[in-house]
Design a protein around this ligand. Structure first.
Ligand SMILES: [Zn+2]
Length: 368
């Protein structure tokens, strides 16, 4: 990339603003006047500030874990971005245009994200409208969710219609090729039209760690079909890299509260409702190494919440075998086991939220 452009970008990016989104500055230790700021390190867990930012020079250094660099490397390390993606984000924030010649030749995924956003707007509007009566009643009566809970998770409804979503996408100028590429619609076998792949389902938007909408999970309301249906793998969605709710969980609660890993998005919603906001779930796959590395960016000791049944315990054995070689003093796991047959929602309904809290506080470390 063009050196002058990168220098300009670094100059126009304030590390005070950028890093300030992720840390709480230690006012006492910082020397505001000299542009020297201190905070607890966003890359490793600590109680006192050893992460130093030199605002004027645009550099940071951690005396604990020795991470260092500038605005670009900060985004690369913190959010796991590639160099170009980090530059793109900083340029957006600074209102600078990246020189044309520097843009990678790869496909532009912005129209794909736009297709997802238009669909999300449609699903949310449907949940609120006349088509959504039954879905609303399901969420409130059977799941005990308030409108605020539904809003927090962006829950929507895909009406039981083959073409309403198609119409809404077309009206907003989304091309059917893009909508198909993100798994929203499929080409009809008869004729030339497209049809919606999500019908009669309560819709859960799924975001990447940066908060971009990348997929949907649909829970069947009634009738025949798979109970849960998720977006297929697409250019913007990889199941094995995605943890449901991570983009929100990482900012919820206190930084030292453990991140809780549950089985599915319904469990996430249930725990959030009970006041445990730092909760994530894999997308219908077992936890893998990429999931763990992603979690460890935000929490050194996540708690995996297991089903007490045989399948749950087998899954735990596989997870332990996978995690053991990766574990370090500041990257480990804990486990809690729910009584046989209870999911987190049932457990809290029967035993109360305090009981779940004490389960958490007695979580078993991986070493045991
Ligand atoms: Zn550090």
């Amino acid at each position: 990339m063009d050196r002058n452009f990168l220098d300009q970008l670094r100059q126009q990016t304030s590390l005070r603003d950028l890093i300030g989104r992720y840390v709480q500055w230690d006012r006492k230790k910082s020397e505001e006047g000299r542009g020297i700021l201190w905070a607890c390190c966003p890359f490793h867990q600590e109680k006192s500030a050893s992460f130093k930012v030199d605002v004027g020079r645009g550099q940071y250094y951690c005396f604990g874990c020795h991470k260092k660099g500038d605005a670009i490397s900060f985004l690369q390390d913190r959010d796991g971005l590639g160099f170009v993606e980090a530059v793109r984000q900083l340029a957006d924030m600074a209102g600078l245009a990246i020189p044309e010649t520097d843009l990678p030749k790869g496909p532009d995924s912005r129209p794909l994200y736009r297709a997802m956003d238009v669909a999300q707007e449609f699903f949310v509007a449907q949940l609120k409208g006349s088509e959504g009566v039954q879905a609303r009643s399901y969420l409130v009566r059977q799941r005990g969710l308030s409108p605020d809970d539904a809003k927090h998770f962006g829950i929507g409804f895909a009406p039981n219609s083959w073409d309403m979503l198609v119409g809404a996408l077309e009206k907003s100028g989304v091309s059917m090729a893009d909508a198909e590429a993100v798994g929203l619609v499929s080409k009809s076998d008869r004729g030339q039209g497209y049809y919606s792949r999500f019908r009669g389902r309560v819709m859960f938007p799924i975001h990447d760690a940066r908060g971009r909408l990348v997929a949907f999970g649909g829970r069947l309301l009634e009738g025949e079909g798979a109970k849960y249906y998720n977006s297929t793998e697409t250019a913007i969605f990889s199941k094995k890299k995605t943890l449901y709710n991570l983009h929100q969980a990482r900012t919820q609660g206190r930084k030292d509260d453990p991140m809780i890993v549950v089985e599915g998005y319904m469990d996430c919603v249930a725990l959030h409702k009970a006041g445990f906001g730092r909760v994530v779930a894999p997308m219908g796959t077992a936890m893998n190494e990429e999931h763990l590395q992603e979690l460890w960016k935000y929490n050194s000791e996540p708690v995996v919440c297991l089903d007490g049944d045989k399948a749950g315990l087998n899954a735990a054995d596989r997870l332990v075998a996978m995690a053991l070689p990766l574990v370090r003093h500041d990257k480990t796991l804990q486990f809690i086991t729910l009584p046989d047959g209870l999911d987190p929602d049932d457990y809290i309904k029967h035993q109360g939220r305090d009981a779940f809290s004490s389960l958490l506080s007695e979580a078993q470390p991986l070493a045991d």
